[in-house]
Ligand binder design. Structure first.
Ligand code: SF4
Length: 216
């Protein structure tokens, strides 16, 4: 390991996921750290239960290549989740350089990151699941503790760098925070921007997980 090698704060690996993180068989790589504070976040509960382990790209490759044949046969690969994986965009770029283009890399991101992180990720990640939540600034602030304006700028930037086919936009119905009408307004704005792929679902407030999904 060289001193400048990027590290990823690994919380957990979840193998042999089918069609949940994009096409094919995937391994979910869950990392720690996020600039947002979503009210129904599962990641913070995970962090309370276990400590992240910093791993190098080589270490992650060694721990995930057991499923190489599945990835190649199905068009799957790794999905970086979190936490916010684009906080570690340099790590993902180094991992991509190590594995080449055979494994498909997905990132589940809120885009509450720097413009540079978006540019780095657009050059090395095959597909993005963008957890937009809402475009309404007041609802976004109330639910995440963050600001929606930088996210909107990063959405435009990412769309210009990748085109719409590599992007799935998540728009949840969040009990106690937004309504179907709020969500429809976000959806129409995003369609007007040029996004074409959406994942609409409802949070279950006891788990923060999805109860019902519809992809369009
Ligand atoms: S963006 Fe995701 S990881 Fe970050 S606080 Fe919200 S739910 Fe948790």
């Amino acid at each position: 390991m060289t001193r400048s090698e990027p590290l990823f704060p690994l919380l957990a690996l979840s193998r042999l996921r089918m069609e949940t993180d994009g096409p094919g068989v995937t391994t979910l790589v869950a990392g720690a750290g996020c600039p947002l504070r979503c009210k129904y976040c599962i990641n913070r509960r995970l962090l309370a239960e276990q400590k992240p382990v910093p791993v190098t790209p080589e270490t992650l490759f060694a721990r995930t290549r057991i499923d190489d044949l599945y990835f190649q046969a199905t068009g799957g690969g790794l999905c970086f989740g979190g936490g916010e994986p684009l906080l570690h965009a340099d790590f993902i770029a180094a991992f991509r350089a190590l594995t080449g283009g055979v494994w498909k890399l997905t990132a589940e991101t809120s885009l509450a990151v720097s413009e540079q992180a978006v540019r780095t990720a657009a050059a090395c990640v095959d597909r993005f699941i963008v957890d937009v939540k809402t475009l309404d600034p007041a609802i976004y602030r109330a639910y995440t503790g963050g600001e929606s304006a930088p996210v909107l700028r990063n959405l435009s930037l990412l769309l210009s760098l990748t085109g719409p086919e590599r992007l799935i936009i998540r728009l949840p119905l969040i009990p106690g925070f937004n309504t179907e009408s709020d969500r429809r307004a976000s959806l129409e704005t995003l369609k007007g921007m040029g996004f074409t792929r959406f994942d609409l679902f409802t949070y279950e407030t006891d788990r923060g997980a999805s109860a019902a999904r519809s992809k369009s």
